[in-house]
Design a binder for this molecule. Sequence first.
Ligand SMILES: Nc1ncnc2c1ncn2[C@@H]1O[C@H](COP(=O)(O)OP(=O)(O)OP(=O)(O)O)[C@@H](O)[C@H]1O
Length: 470
Amino acid sequence: MASLSYTHILPLSPISTPKKPISSRFLFRSQNPKTLSTSVTFTNSKSNASSSSSSSSSSSVSIELNASTLREICQAHVPEHVLRRVEEVGYVRPTDVQKQALPLLFSGRDCILHAQTGSGKTLAYLLLIFSVINTQRSTVQAVIVVPTRELGTQVTRVARMLAARPMELELEQKSCTVMALLDGGMLKRHKSWLKAQPPTIVVATIKSLCQMLEKKILKLESMKVLIIDEVDFMFNSSKEVSSLRKLLTSYSSLHNRQTIFASASIPQHNRFVHDCIQQKWTKSDVVHVHVNPIQPMPSCLHHRFVICGKNKRHQTLLSLLQSDAPESGIIFVGEQSEKSKKAGNAPPTTSLVDFLRTSYVGCSDIHLLEEDMNFNSRAASLSEVRQGGSYLLVATDIAARGVDLPETTHIYNFDLPRTAVDYLHRAGRTGRKPFSDNRCTVTNILMSEERFVLQRYENELLFNCEELIL
Ligand SMILES: Nc1ncnc2c1ncn2[C@@H]1O[C@H](COP(=O)(O)OP(=O)(O)OP(=O)(O)O)[C@@H](O)[C@H]1O
């Protein structure tokens, strides 16, 4: 039987509602009973994690569930100076995904990290990288592929922060270098850097990475770890998928590397695991670490909706902002249609920013982030938002994947997202402080005829949305 591509099985249409919620563990029956893949499912954050093998082979995975600190889990694997940095930054307790995935990652198994937004997947895979790299060698040993420049910049920042060494060590040994190879970057400068002294870790968008590979400026023969972050998004993007397949199967060999896929959403995950093995993207004993599958949405989020007429949406948003007075929030706006562009209309994001700047006095820092902005303006918006203080960010879905602004307390869907998966990622831009009890709010502005779409997302993602009457 010809194996199916994962690209073909993701829900492409916003209207296609799966019969079962995406958290169901039994959407797919393995076609290949000999597979060694293991599914490790954790349903309870406090204790009693249950581990189960998804298929026939006895693939035993020993997981240290009693470790209460990151140091306990990592100290046999991760260099001391990295562990010290981890603690200095305040990462002491492991999150659920870190507790459950790190022992598997350190054991060398390929893994699919499937855990809620904001659950700390980035630190989990970075700690793996620091456990395997040898900074004395000037070769690329780890590659992290991300879908957007924004996420790439963020991951690079965290990796560099962990790599920073105390002065005395700096003099003794070479330090780990991290290169951001992202679309819109200064690729000429990167070429010279790669030729002179290859970095230890490369964080890249797939397009820029493949450009360097095709020109043979970057070589992956020493790569020990390959991470694909937001993997479902990457496989679902027609622009990225063929390059991604090449990277997984031609540019490097699965036997020489440990392959990690990460995302908060992996629709039809059992099929994905199957495809990983069939297509040789991972080894056959790949582990699917699925944290809290019965609750895809973080529990600290409170979801609301307001119904209003099409022409009242700006005013409704203004009333919401005035009554919520959010310290920091993101307002998601749908992309401008081709028809509207051709008609010469201003993008809806720009109109909304102009409206808020003139009408909303509660926040002086209102920023914009969308695809059509140049890379410098995009970076400037995010860096201003990161500086702290009160902010409102008006954004398209470019800000929906991976972007970590932990101070965000409110999300407003000025336009409903196109799919339940998009809803999950937009909502997950808030509630990003792993051990905090603060309740964060996601508010949807709807026309009455859109209520059924939101209801479908509620059914699919297993959450409740409360109506708010203004
Ligand atoms: N052990 C920890 N203790 C405290 N904070 C942590 C810990 N691990 C990660 N964090 C923080 O949690 C936040 C979310 O982490 P991260 O960005 O890795 O989430 P994620 O799982 O990749 O989410 P998404 O799926 O949305 O990309 C970050 O601000 C990070 O600094």
